[in-house]
Design a protein around this ligand. Structure first.
Ligand code: PRF
Length: 376
C-alpha cells in the first residue's frame, strides 16, 4: 500500500491524498460505506460503483467469521470474489463487535471468549486468529484486534485496556508479518489508537501506535457517546502525533458535520452505519439539510429528493414517491434512501477534497456544517 499527499489546506490541518492498494486507488478524504456481512445493506454492487461512486467498502471479521464462515470465503477465493466487489475492502477486526453485540463475554490477556449472537455457540477471538481470519477474508486493509472502551470509562479501566490493546497489537503485528496473503495480493495492517477521553492516555497511545511504523493508522474509542467537542479534542491530539505521511482513519464516524470537522483536524478515512441505517428509518441527508421523509409535509412534494446533489436516484425519484414507498412498507424505499444517503456522503468528501486542493476548505466547511445539520 502507498499513500501520497496531494495537497494541504492552508487554513486548517486538512489534507488531500491518494491511497494505492492492490484493488485500486482511493482518493482521500474518503467515506467507506459499511458492508458488515459482505453487503452494504439494501444496495447492490453496481449501484455502489456507478451511482454512489464508492471507492472502498468495509467488511466485518466478526460477522463474516460467523456467517458464511471461513471455509466458504476461502472456497470463493476471498470476499472480493465472493461478493463481486473488485475495488478495495477494509475489514474491522471484530474487537468492537465482540464488545457491542456478543452476549456474555470474558476479556483475558489471551483474547476474548464470547457467545455468538446468532446461535449462542462459544467462540474465542485472539490477536493471532483475528489476523488469520482477515488474511482469509482477503481484505486489502485489515485492522488490529483492540478493545473499544465505552463512554464514560474510569481512568484505571481505560489505562489498563489501552495497555492491553498495545500488547495485543504487538501480537497482531508478529502474526501478520510472519504470514502470507492467501490470494496473491498485498494486504496491510492498521493499528488502532485507544485511550478513551483522557489526554495523557491518547498521547501515550498515539506515540505507541506511531512507533510501530505501519502503513496507516486508525483512531478508535471515539463517537461512543461523548460530546462532539470532546471527540474533536481527542482527534486533534492524536492527529498531531500520528505521522503526517500515513493515512489516518477515524473509526465509526459520523454525521456530515463530524466528518467535516475531523477532516479539518487531519483525518483521511471514515466509516459509519449512519447513512445506511438512518436511510432505512426514513432519515435523508441532503445538500439542503436533513429530511424525515415520513413527514406529512413531503406527501405532495413532487420535486427530486435532491436536485443539487445529482446522481441517478436522487434526481430521478421525487420526495412524494419515496414517502409513499416508505409508508407502504416497500423494499424499494430502503434501497432508494440508502443509495441517496451514500451518494450524499461520497459527494461530501469529494467536495471537501476539492476545497482542500483549492485552498478554500475551512471557509466552505464552516458554511456547510451549519447548512447540512438544518432540519427541513
Ligand atoms: N475499534 C474497532 N472498531 C471500531 C471502533 C473501535 O474503537 C469504533 C469506535 N467508534 C468503531 N468501530 N476495532
Amino acid at each position: 500500500m502507498e499513500f501520497s499527499l496531494v495537497a494541504k489546506d492552508i487554513q486548517s490541518k486538512a489534507r488531500a491524498g491518494v491511497v494505492q492498494t492492490a484493488h485500486g486507488a482511493i482518493e482521500t478524504p474518503i467515506f467507506m460505506p459499511v458492508g458488515t456481512a459482505g453487503t452494504v445493506k439494501a444496495v447492490h454492487q453496481r449501484e455502489l460503483k456507478e451511482d454512489i461512486k464508492a471507492e472502498i467498502i468495509l467488511g466485518n471479521t466478526y460477522h463474516l467469521y460467523l456467517r458464511p464462515g471461513l471455509n466458504i470465503l476461502e472456497q470463493a477465493g476471498g470476499l472480493h470474489k465472493f461478493n463481486g466487489w473488485d475495488r478495495p475492502i477494509l475489514t474491522d477486526s471484530g474487537g468492537y463487535q465482540v464488545f457491542s453485540l456478543a452476549g456474555t463475554r470474558k476479556i483475558k490477556e489471551e483474547g476474548v471468549k464470547f457467545k455468538s449472537h446468532i446461535d449462542g455457540s462459544a467462540l474465542d477471538f485472539t490477536p493471532e486468529n483475528v489476523m488469520d481470519t482477515q488474511r482469509t477474508i482477503g481484505a486489502d486493509i485489515i485492522m488490529a484486534f483492540d478493545e473499544c472502551t465505552p463512554y464514560p470509562c474510569d481512568y484505571t479501566y481505560a489505562k489498563n485496556s489501552m495497555e492491553r490493546t498495545h500488547r495485543w497489537l504487538q501480537r497482531c503485528v508478529d502474526r501478520f508479518d510472519s504470514t502470507e496473503p492467501k490470494y496473491g495480493y498485498d494486504q496491510t495492517l492498521f493499528p488502532i489508537v485507544q485511550g478513551s477521553t483522557y489526554k495523557d492516555l491518547r498521547v501515550q497511545s498515539a506515540e505507541t501506535i506511531a512507533s510501530f511504523g505501519r502503513e496507516g493508522n486508525a483512531i478508535g474509542g471515539l463517537s461512543v457517546g461523548e460530546p462532539a467537542e470532546m471527540m474533536y479534542e481527542m482527534t486533534e491530539i492524536v492527529c498531531d502525533i500520528l505521522p503526517a505521511d500515513k493515512p489516518r482513519y477515524l473509526m465509526g464516524v459520523g454525521t456530515p458535520a463530524n466528518i467535516l470537522e475531523n477532516i479539518a483536524l487531519g483525518v483521511d478515512m471514515f466509516d459509519c452505519v449512519l447513512p445506511t441505517r438512518n436511510a432505512r428509518n426514513g432519515m435523508l441527508f441532503t445538500t439542503q439539510g436533513i429530511i424525515n421523509i415520513r413527514n406529512q409535509k413531503w406527501s405532495t412534494d413532487h420535486s427530486p429528493i435532491d436536485a443539487e446533489l445529482g446522481g441517478y436516484v436522487s434526481t430521478f425519484y421525487s420526495k412524494a414517491y419515496l414517502r409513499h414507498l416508505v409508508h407502504s412498507g416497500e423494499y424499494l424505499a430502503g434501497q432508494i434512501a440508502s443509495v441517496h444517503n451514500l451518494t450524499f456522503y461520497l459527494w461530501l468528501v469529494k467536495q471537501a477534497r476539492q476545497h482542500i486542493i483549492d485552498g478554500t476548505f475551512r471557509d466552505w466547511k464552516d458554511v456547510m456544517v451549519k447548512k447540512l445539520m438544518t432540519r427541513l
